[in-house]
Design a protein around this ligand. Sequence first.
Ligand code: BG6
Length: 473
Amino acid sequence: MKDITRIKAQFNIPTIFTIFGSSGDLAKKKLFISLFDLYSNEMLPDRFAIVGFAHSDYDDHSFRDYVQEILVGHTEDYDHDDIEKFISSISYVQGSFTDSEAFSALSEKLIALDDAIGQCTNKLFHLAVPPRFYDDLLRNLAHSGMTIPCSDDSGWTRVLIEKPFGKDAVTAQELDALLGKLFKEEQIFRIDHYLAKETIQNILMFRFSNRIFDPVWNHEHVEKVEIKLWEDIDVADRGAFYDGIGALRDVGQNHLLQMLSLIAMEHPGEFTSKEIHKSRARVLGDLCMSDTEHLMRGQYEGYCDIQDVADDSETETYFHITAQINNDRWKDVPFILESGKALHKKLTQIVVTFREPEPCFCVGPEHTQNNKVIFDIQPEEKITVRFFAKEHGLLTNIAQKDLAFSYHADREVREVDAYEKVIYDAIIGDQVLFTNTDEVKYAWAFISSVMEKMQDVPLTTYKRGTLPQIDTK
Ligand code: BG6
């Protein structure tokens, strides 16, 4: 598969991680912890430095204290000597993302680090900032010269960009055009952290490493596919970001559609990012709304009381839609996508339901005999194959049985956060788990058509901690 020598070579080259928005939410909840987990599992380059860049008032010393607090607060299991060594690699530049002078200061810091290390380093720039800063930040970054590699084959520079990738098809295209103007495609890593979740990565392996599933993975045998991302948490303090965006754009345009593309894509032929991107993009390009199926959007009670949310907000915190894929494999198979906040439980799951056998024995208490393949993404990480078998005894009853595989069953397995995978793959230059221009374009085209239809759908209110009921009349 991957060239292990080439991968190992990346780890001999010193690397500088610059985190824009280093005092923000994402850096606090995910990035420093993931970098530390990589470090303590010897999955970072042998020599590295981390530079935080943000508006907040820190210097190197106080910023190290800030990161130390995050790590100590995360788990008691971390080794304190490891934490000390890790934070000694951190420095800080205070500045605004819109101020080109601040980027000169950052550039000087990186040059000084290169000098201290004694060679031109690889450089990763992670944009963990609100999207309204992307334009200025990207221009300042490119104009500062920091993203110019030392040469064709040394000192690569890469830019990691978070979702949401635009607010709609037009803004996404503008952002993509800007990225394309400032950087080469191999420098751009568009993050959808769902692609890096363990069980989501496993969809490709499961589908294409097992001969038994491929012949039945099509409309002749599959009755429907359900993809759900239920969250029990509410919008909390993210009102300013969420209001006017809503569930469809927040997780539908990206996480749900990426899960769909992996379930439905054609075999890529080769395990390369180019071919996998092509295959994922193609299936997203074939997506359309089903006219016959029920559409629903909801908002949980109390959403409008959240800070920074309009009193009369019509933003959906829940949606239920049915998509179809216009190709030979998936003709007329409903792909049901559902997500919401403040629901009855946290569950991310994909269920592929097969048609009943024909003719069907269909005896015993189970009158429906649909095989299922269930991908549990979270909180469990599990794959289940549901089948039917005769019950033991004199009667000819057929009962439902499960064959299941769970990562959690093996206590030795270290849980790897999606952000560790994101950072690791960016270091080794593997773009498989990142999205490309076409995927973003087609995902937005589909979501725009859904948003248009949603305008005619009344907003249902649901109680916190419940799942809105779909009216299938
Ligand atoms: C983010 C959304 O992309 O994904 C959040 O902005 C959502 O609203 C989150 O809560 C869900 O991710 P995870 O990894 O917690 O399932």
